[in-house]
Design a protein around this ligand. Structure first.
Ligand SMILES: C[S@@+](CC[C@H](N)C(=O)[O-])C[C@H]1O[C@@H](n2cnc3c(N)ncnc32)[C@H](O)[C@@H]1O
Length: 281
C-alpha cells in the first residue's frame, strides 16, 4: 500500500513531499482514511481527490485528524474528498459488517487477529467478548463454529451496530449483545462459572478487568485473549517484555501462558500484543 500511495501521488507532489507521505491507509468498504503529516496538510484536498479518482467504487476520503482516543476509542475525521458519509459495509472472511467510522471503533488492521482467534475456538463454546465494538470478532468466530457469543460494549452506537451485524450474518440466535460497562455487567454474575473463553480487546485498560473476566470462566477453567500495549526499544524484545508483564499481572492466578505475539505497532516503540492464556480455577 505504501508504494501504491506514493505511485498515485507521483507527479502531484514534489519528490521531497512524496518522501513524507505515510506508508499506509485504511480502506473500510467504500471509505478511505488516511493520515497526512502537518507539513503536507495544505495539499490534503489534492491528495484526497487523487485517491478518490484512482480507487474504483471509493465514495469518501477522510483525513484522520486525531489518534484513537476516549472510552469509545474514536478518531477525529475530516472529509477531504467525496461524500461526507461515515456509514459503510465492510466485508471480511465471508462476513458483512455495517460500520460507522465516526461513532464506533473499527479497524481493518485487526483482521488477521480475528481469523487467528476464531481458529482457536471449539464447537459448543460459550464466549464473552468484553469490548466487542461492532461485533467483528464475535461474528467471525460464530460463522466458523457452532458457538454462542455475548458481546458487551459501553458505546450505544457500537452496541446497535453489533446487533445489526449479528442479524445480517444470520447469527441472531447465537451472537447476543449487551450495552454497558463490562465491569458492571460482569459483576452482576450473570455469566459466573459459565464461560469457556473471554476476549479482552482493549489494550489500554484490559488489566482493570482481569478479576471479572476470570469470574466468568467455568470451574474447569477457560481461555483468555488478553491485549496489551507494550513499550520496547527493539522488536525482538516485545514478546519477552509482554510475557513478563502478563506473568506479573496474573501472578495471583494459576495459569498457562500459551502464546504471545505482536498484533501491530501503534506508535514509535509501542506495540499492541495479544496473549492467549488458559486459566485454572
Ligand atoms: C479497541 S475497541 C475493540 C473493538 C472490537 N473488538 C473490534 O475489533 O473492532 C474497544 C471497544 O471497547 C469499548 N469499551 C471501552 N470501555 C469499555 C467498558 N468499560 N465496557 C465495555 N466496553 C468498553 C469501546 O466502546 C470500543 O468499542
Amino acid at each position: 500500500m505504501s508504494k501504491f500511495l506514493k505511485k498515485l501521488l507521483k507527479g502531484v507532489l514534489a519528490d521531497e513531499e512524496l518522501s513524507k507521505v505515510y506508508s499506509s491507509f485504511d480502506m473500510i468498504g467504500d471509505i478511505a482514511i488516511i493520515k497526512i503529516p502537518d507539513s503536507l496538510l495544505t495539499k490534503k484536498n489534492i491528495i484526497g481527490e487523487v485517491i478518490l479518482q484512482s480507487i474504483k467504487n471509493l465514495k469518501s476520503v477522510f483525513l484522520q485528524r486525531s489518534s484513537v482516543s476516549g472510552e469509545y476509542r474514536l478518531r477525529g475525521l475530516e472529509v477531504i474528498a467525496g461524500d461526507e458519509k461515515y456509514v459503510t459495509y465492510y466485508r471480511e472472511y465471508g462476513c458483512k459488517f455495517l460500520v460507522n467510522v465516526a461513532t464506533s471503533y473499527f479497524s481493518p488492521r485487526l483482521s488477521t487477529e480475528r481469523l487467528r482467534i476464531s481458529n482457536l475456538v471449539s464447537p459448543g463454546e460459550i464466549v464473552v467478548n468484553m469490548f466487542a465494538g461492532v461485533g467483528t470478532f464475535s461474528v467471525i468466530m460464530a460463522k466458523k463454529h457452532q458457538i454462542k457469543v455475548y458481546n458487551i460494549d459501553s458505546n450505544l452506537d457500537a452496541y446497535i451496530l453489533s446487533i445489526i451485524n449479528s442479524k445480517i450474518n444470520r447469527l441472531k440466535d447465537r451472537v447476543f449483545s449487551i450495552h454497558g460497562d463490562s465491569q458492571e455487567v460482569l459483576r452482576l454474575n450473570r455469566f459466573k462459572d459459565r464461560i469457556d473463553r473471554v476476549l479482552l480487546p482493549l489494550p489500554e485498560r484490559a488489566h482493570e478487568f482481569i478479576d471479572v473476566s476470570i469470574n466468568c470462566l467455568k470451574p474447569s477453567g477457560g481461555h483468555l485473549h488478553f491485549f496489551s500495549h507494550i513499550k520496547s526499544d527493539t522488536k525482538s524484545q516485545v514478546v519477552p517484555n509482554s510475557e513478563a508483564y502478563i506473568r506479573n499481572l496474573f501472578s495471583k492466578y494459576n495459569f498457562e501462558l500459551k502464546h504471545t505475539q505482536i498484533v501491530r505497532d501503534v506508535a514509535p516503540r509501542i506495540y499492541q500484543t495479544v496473549t492467549d492464556l488458559f486459566i485454572f480455577k
